[in-house]
Unconditional design. Structure first.
Length: 277
């Protein structure tokens, strides 16, 4: 049975050099607050498999792209599954946690997502555009992403990449959820400055858009970020569903909202570890 103060192994890469963000600041802040309710130990993602014994749960936070430590991550997943150690977020996510297949699945199912294909014979299904985005199936953090002229696309589609039309969107907006509860939204009013974020007050339609992907993902616990863009005709289109280790941009919030988020996350973790609500 979990102790009165659950023991949490908090997985983060404090030295990860994120563009336009400081992962370490966010996790230093979060752990400083969560320590009031939990016994915490921080570790690098490469050490998680070896250290998870003796903890009531593992929390994966700003651990960087899995591609940088794929073998260690696979070992961690196998070890956590074998021991039954609860992992937050649970390892059953259908979004980025499982790769980019969900973009193809959502496109095929008719969801409001940037149209995505991965086979030469499906290129005709994409809207006509002068430029297209080509990105690795297993990419993360824009690693390997290219914007290429239409004429170059057929030669690049080899099964290892996804292809999308390049959309001249008005802005990107992100919706943040804990469990299935909406917390806040942030947007980048300048498309060329993705991580210069400002608070965004979503409409009811915006929230219905975001929630459909939270419902689709069926995670009972954890933190998710729904990234979208405002397309030229005004509709929102899904860009990514971050369900492994989404950066939260807590520094873009005022103090009250930041503290409210920590309170909500702590309550979620207590429910997750069976020590209260």
């Amino acid at each position: 049975m979990p102790s009165a103060r659950p023991r949490i192994l908090y997985v983060t890469d404090l030295a990860y050099p994120a563009r336009g963000r400081r992962y370490c600041d966010e996790d230093i802040f979060l752990t400083s607050r969560l320590r009031t309710a939990f016994d915490l130990a921080l570790c690098h993602p490469k050490d998680a498999a070896a250290l998870l014994d003796g903890f009531d749960a593992v929390v994966i936070r700003n651990s960087g792209p899995v591609l940088a430590y794929q073998e260690a991550y696979d070992s961690f997943r196998a070890r956590a599954t074998a021991t039954g150690t609860p992992v937050y977020n649970p390892l059953t996510g259908r979004g980025d946690m499982a790769g980019k297949q969900y973009l193809l699945d959502l496109t095929a199912a008719g969801h409001p997502v940037i149209p995505t294909v991965d086979r030469p014979e499906d290129l005709h299904r994409l809207p006509a555009a002068e430029r297209y985005v080509v990105k690795p199936r297993l990419g993360a953090d824009s690693i390997g992403l290219r914007v290429v002229p239409a004429g170059e696309v057929p030669a690049l589609v080899d099964g290892s990449v996804l292809v999308q039309p390049h959309i001249d969107f008005a802005y990107e907006v992100s919706f943040y959820f804990v469990d299935d509860a909406f917390q806040y939204a942030l947007y980048a009013p300048h498309p060329d400055r993705r991580w210069q974020l400002e608070p965004y007050e979503p409409s009811e339609e915006d929230l219905r858009f975001a929630r459909r992907f939270i419902d689709w993902n069926t995670l009972d616990h954890g933190i998710q970020r729904v990234d979208a863009c405002r397309a030229p005709h005004g509709e929102l289109l899904l860009v990514e569903l971050e369900d492994l280790n989404p950066y939260l941009s807590l520094d873009a919030l005022d103090e009250a909202r930041r503290e409210a988020f920590v309170t909500t996350m702590a309550a979620s973790l207590r429910r997750f570890t069976g020590t209260g609500g």
